[in-house]
Design a protein around this ligand. Structure first.
Ligand code: ADP
Ligand code: MG
Length: 671
């Protein structure tokens, strides 16, 4: 009998060709097959009488073949094989498309279990290409696992492989999860769970097995992350001896919110602790994250270090520099702005100030991580809108200093538990409170037939002294039906010829963008038609209406971010999403935004709808890939897994009492 470590080729019927295909699924050994869990199950335990079959459902019937399957050629390349089957309640036709060999094996007068989709009504009712199997007399149906497939690999092969793997594992696969956790969470032991997840007898059994595998995966992940964090906390870091926050609070133009105070004391404690800080501040748009960034910069400067604040766009960097300048000035700290758009001479002067240490706080764009930039004593870095940067860029900034304290900021608020996992070994502060006096933005999703009314509404807002953003999705080459930002601007200039319409898009040069933005901020333009370059940070309190074209093209969290550009002043603000008139799903999505201004709630809905892959972008967090756990729906287990991992590692940091567990953690993090 083949062993778990054996290659799939040790099984009969698997040669080099099939083995290569299996490798595409990640299957090299039987062990791999053991860990390839079904993506779904076909529940064949419920048998429906033929008379009760409903159009459109997928069902299993136990029936006798009433006629020999007949082959008919409809046209070139299209064959049908048809027969009739019956049970005590009635009869139904069966049709196979281009599958005559499978159909031909059905024997007239024999009883089978057929599972497939029901199509048509009345006399036209049929089962379409059902799977069938012979039943031993008296046997009832069972549950068939459905494995993920790749071209050339069939379910039957995977059934055979997993069967062999299960047999090889029998008795040789001790559980690596601590026994007390199994007991506490009611999880089946590994050996049972493996059998149940591959060959469940009931759907409940399959669900219990999956729950164990999800817990296991999350627990391994959390153990690994916790260990990384433990290692970081063993490293010595810069110790900021002097923590004077009072003067900072006084220099701010407004009293801080409770949440800002909490986040700032958390990061101050990190900096004073003598280990390198890695902290994420997450908070909804407008929650005032910039204040926490400024606090870290001030602490660094007060302790004789430099601080760097990196923002994703020129506009945003400039705005930070501008709004924070009075605060830093009041504290007697020097601050410079460095962006890619600056002229060579200006850049050179700034580089010199940064290298000499004369510049204490440096705000900038990607320009900060260029080769020519050398800091004299970089002690703290902040990455604003961190999702706009890749792992490499974030690391590059950190490496400009020697173990500086690191703060990253994210405006995609996600549940804390999830953040703790997704952002790996970071600590998390949450700004869950908006500054006082914000009015919720009134939000509407509308169809194309409202367009004229919306134009009138724009006009009314401008008459009342407001300004308008019109946001358009990026148009990629070869995409026809969408209008570009240019076309929208043209259209608006025709409908509202007396209004000043400006255009802002990503292909413009930074100085042009700046000019357009500055004019808009100064109230010299009424309508700014833009692509998503305005998504982050821009602050024009007088703008109180945002119209988003093709709203269904954006993710919910992104729309929420966009909406955060209005509602910043005293006037009531509005956000209007144009969506397709049809497409109920798209409209339902937009309705979520109309119903709430709470970014956490929106992120949760977004995550549930799109799944974590799309939501977070291509593995930008750099964590091990999860195969079973679903980051959107397994939150409760995630919470438990994290708490238990923390508890276990607190008692046994190197997992010396759990060698099998340690080995699995290592394996997960080495992949
Ligand atoms: P975020 O980056 O979290 O979206 P910002 O830091 O840009 O938010 O702050 C949004 C706006 O709120 C800014 O105009 C800022 O000056 C203002 N603000 C921040 N904190 C407070 C506060 N405690 N009280 C009043 N206004 C504040
Ligand atoms: Mg911000």
């Amino acid at each position: 009998m083949p062993a778990l470590q054996d290659s799939t080729r040790s099984l009969p019927g698997i040669g080099p060709k099939k083995a290569a295909l299996l490798e595409k699924l990640g299957l090299r050994t039987l062990q791999d097959a053991l860990e390839l869990y079904p993506r779904d199950y076909d529940d064949r335990t419920h048998i429906t009488p033929i008379a009760a079959l409903q159009e459109g459902e997928r069902a299993c019937v136990r029936a006798i073949v009433g006629s020999t399957p007949e082959l008919r050629r409809i046209r070139r390349g299209m064959e049908l094989t048809k027969c009739t089957i019956f049970d005590e309640s009635g009869s139904i036709g069966v049709t196979y498309f281009n599958n005559r060999y499978y159909a031909a094996l059905l024997r007239e007068g024999q009883e089978y279990l057929f599972c497939g989709a029901v199509q048509g009504r009345g006399r036209g009712r049929q089962l379409i290409s059902p799977d069938y199997e012979k039943l031993s007399p008296g046997a009832c149906g069972h549950i068939v696992p459905i494995y993920p497939l790749t071209a050339g690999i069939t379910q039957r092969m995977l059934l055979q492989l997993t069967e062999a793997a299960l047999n090889a594992a029998e008795g040789k696969y001790p559980d690596f999860l601590p026994g007390h956790l199994l007991a506490q969470y009611g999880l089946p032991p590994l050996q049972n769970a493996l059998r149940s997840i591959h060959r469940p007898e009931t759907m409940e059994e399959a669900a219990a097995a999956r729950r164990r595998m999800v817990f296991e995966e999350l627990f391994l992940l959390c153990c690994g992350l916790q260990r990384m964090k433990g290692k970081r906390l063993e490293q010595p870091g810069l110790r900021f001896e002097k923590i004077d926050l009072d003067s900072f609070w006084q220099a701010l133009p407004f009293p801080p919110t409770g949440a800002q105070q909490r986040a700032v004391s958390e990061l101050a404690a990190d900096c004073a602790g003598g280990h390198p800080m890695r902290r994420l501040v997450q908070g909804d748009v407008g929650s005032g994250k910039t204040v926490t960034a400024a606090a870290l910069c001030v602490l660094a400067a007060q302790n004789g270090f430099q601080a760097a604040l990196m923002a994703p766009t020129e506009i945003l960097a400039a705005q930070h520099a501008q709004s924070l300048a009075p605060v830093f000035r009041a504290l007697g700290l020097s601050c410079v702005l460095l962006t890619g758009a600056m002229g060579t001479a200006e850049k050179r002067a700034k580089h010199a100030a940064i290298a000499s240490g004369e510049a204490q706080i440096i705000i900038g764009t990607h320009a900060l991580i260029q080769k020519g930039v050398a800091f004299s004593r970089l002690g703290a870095v902040v990455v604003d809108e961190q999702h706009r940067f890749g792992v490499k860029q974030r690391t590059a900034l950190r490496q400009k200093g020697e173990m500086p304290h690191v703060l990253v900021m994210s405006a995609t608020p996600i549940p804390r538990t999830l953040a703790l996992i997704l952002y790996g070994d970071l600590d998390v502060s949450v700004l869950d409170e908006l500054p006082p006096g914000r009015q919720p933005v009134q939000t509407f999703a509308v169809g194309e037939r409202m367009r004229q009314r919306i134009y009138q509404f724009m006009e009314k807002q401008i008459l009342d002294g407001g300004q308008v953003y019109v946001v358009c999705p990026l148009v990629e080459e070869g995409e026809l039906p969408l209008k570009s930002a240019e076309q929208h601007a043209q259209a608006l200039r025709q409908v509202l010829p007396h209004r000043r319409v400006a255009l802002l898009h990503g292909r413009m040069k930074p100085p042009e963008k700046d000019a357009v933005m500055t004019e808009f901020a100064a109230g010299q333009t009424d309508i700014l038609v833009a692509t998503t370059v305005i998504e982050v940070g821009v602050n024009v309190p007088n703008a109180n209406l945002m119209v988003v074209e093709d709203g269904d093209r954006f993710g919910l969290s992104q729309l929420h971010q966009l909406r955060g550009r209005v509602g910043r002043g005293k006037k009531q603000s509005y956000c209007i999403f144009f969506g397709k008139d049809k497409g109920e799903k798209a409209r339902a999505r937009l309705k979520i935004l109309c119903g709430t201004n709470d970014g956490f709630e929106i992120a949760r809905a977004d995550l549930a709808q799109r799944g974590p892959g799309d939501f977070f972008g291509q593995r930008q967090h750099g964590l091990p890939v999860l195969h079973v756990a679903n980051l959107a729906s397994d939150l409760a287990l995630m919470q438990s897994a994290r708490e238990e991992a923390e508890r276990l590692l607190a008692q046994d940091p190197s997992l010396s009492r759990y060698p099998a567990l340690r080995e699995r953690v290592n394996r997960m993090f080495s992949e």
